[in-house]
Design a protein around this ligand. Structure first.
Ligand code: ZN
Length: 478
């Protein structure tokens, strides 16, 4: 990485000529949207944003940048939270490579249950096209209206259906990737069995653009569920939530699509700060669970299974209250509450975020110990632990004490990270379950990861990107 150079006028000119007037922007005003994150943590700079129209153009851009030792920051829908797609954070004047123009769905093979799509396709558009073809693509997350599938792949996005369908990694059958020197690795044949050596495509899933640029993917599709049931439940405490989850797996098996939780304070923030968001329950409760099931049975049967499960929960005392969505509109209302938490928390003052995972059985203990630890350090701090119980993935986010000044609170970012991340790792979990490393967690990666893991990652990085041009300074410390 020490060899990297800023882009020269000559290189910028060559790239502009190569891509034509539609294929680039420069200048502070036009590059502005590409150099800062929506949460406002990171703002960088770039001399040029290139927007190639096809794989060949991506290949030419990388070959040129590699030849000139100029860093390239690949960018999708720009919804990340970890600084992974921000250029110029270390005065390196990297070029941004936006995939936004490569947004075509190349083909849907309904009988093979696959779709082949370009990296810049917005996730919601991909979901819709697949639905129109009578199939189902399960990846779903709060930012699906703007995030792009290439970014989802490069960050191994999780979301709300991981419990049943796995992370993005589990949905990828093949990738087309442009390597740092411009060569193209392509495996889009859509076969489900291929035992010919190393599974190279998986190296690029979750690599955060540090090994190459994902330009297209062949993804697994599923039968469109015939029935869906969604309920919002009231539960006393995290122990009851985990017991309820075990019971749900026993009773409902593979019908469970999502099992999410959030505490009362999250409901309060959403209701207070987001217009049109209201709990469908008559009273306030300490914890909520959003459970969704889906399957190939009729709607009536799916509803009946859910109702039996809810009745059993009330009888056993695990459930205090609950409401089953009676229409698609009610279902959307319930999901809106869960998806609104990040935005509402942002409006409720400064927050320090954590995205940790622990074994599901350990969640109650983790929430209790982490809440104690942060409250001891800062009385009045407001933990908002919410997330994907079924995956053991808790967004242990901390809102500032009401009376505190935000800047003063944010000064505690690293100290709070230390407490929470160390505890998650100590309890057998991960300090970064879903949002990745990016720029934000490089130091934590160095501090908390196994040295053998780090050695192998550096060796792979060096083998695939010897000049270090791909998303320099992200994921691994230089
Ligand atoms: Zn999440």
């Amino acid at each position: 990485m020490k060899n990297l150079k800023p882009a020269t006028e000559a290189l910028i000119g060559s790239l502009q000529e190569l891509l034509g007037p539609q294929g680039w922007v420069s200048g502070t005003a036009d590059t502005g949207p590409y150099v800062s994150e929506w949460r406002g943590l990171y703002t960088g700079s770039t001399p040029l944003v290139v927007k190639p129209a096809n794989t060949l153009e991506v290949s030419s851009v990388l070959a040129l940048c590699n030849e000139h030792c100029v860093g390239v920051v690949p960018q999708g829908g720009h919804t990340g939270l970890a600084g992974g797609a921000i250029p110029g954070l270390e005065d390196k004047a990297e070029i941004v490579l936006s995939l936004e123009r490569m947004n075509t769905i190349r083909s849907i093979d309904a009988d093979n249950f696959t779709v082949t799509v370009e990296a810049g396709c917005v996730l919601a558009n991909l979901q819709q096209a697949v639905t129109d073809a009578g199939r189902f693509f399960p990846l779903s997350l709060a930012s699906e209206g703007s995030c792009q599938i290439g970014g989802n792949i490069s960050t191994n996005a999780g979301g709300t259906a991981v419990l049943r369908y796995g992370n993005t990694r589990d949905l990828v059958l093949g990738l087309e990737v442009v390597l740092s020197d411009g060569r193209v690795l392509s495996n889009l044949n859509g076969v489900r069995k291929d035992n010919t050596g190393y599974d190279l495509k998986q190296l690029f899933v979750g690599a955060e653009g540090t090994l190459g640029v994902v330009t297209a993917a062949t993804l697994k599709l599923f039968p469109a569920p015939r029935g869906t049931a969604t309920a919002l439940l009231a539960v006393a405490d995290p122990g009851a939530i985990v017991r309820l989850f075990s019971g749900a797996r026993d009773a409902l098996g593979d019908e469970i699509l999502a099992f999410e939780t959030f505490p009362h304070i999250a409901m309060e923030m959403v209701e207070e700060h987001l217009p049109g968001h209201r709990s469908p329950l008559d009273a306030a409760y300490p914890w909520y669970v959003l459970i969704e099931t889906a399957g190939q049975l009729s709607q009536a049967l799916i509803d009946q299974h859910m109702l039996s499960f809810l009745e059993a929960g009330i009888e056993s005392g695990l459930l205090t209250d609950g409401v089953l969505a009676q229409s698609e509109a009610q279902r959307a209302e319930i999901w809106k509450l869960r998806h609104g938490i990040s935005e509402a928390q942002k409006l409720a003052g400064a927050s320090i975020k954590h995205d940790v995972s622990v074994p599901v059985s350990v969640i109650p203990d983790f929430i209790a110990r982490a809440s104690d630890a942060v409250a001891q350090r800062l009385p009045g701090i407001r933990p908002v632990p919410f997330g994907h119980v079924g995956d053991g993935n808790i967004h242990f986010n901390l809102s500032q004490p009401e009376a505190m000044e935000s800047g003063e609170f944010l000064d505690l970012w690293e100290e709070m990270n230390d407490l929470v991340h160390s505890l998650a790792v100590e309890m057998g979990g991960s300090f970064s379950a879903e949002h990745g490393i990016g720029y934000l967690k490089r130091d934590e990666m160095q501090r908390l990861s196994d040295p053998v893991d780090l050695d192998l990652m550096r060796a792979i990085k060096h083998a695939l990107d010897p000049q270090g041009i791909m998303n320099p300074g992200k994921l691994l410390l230089p």
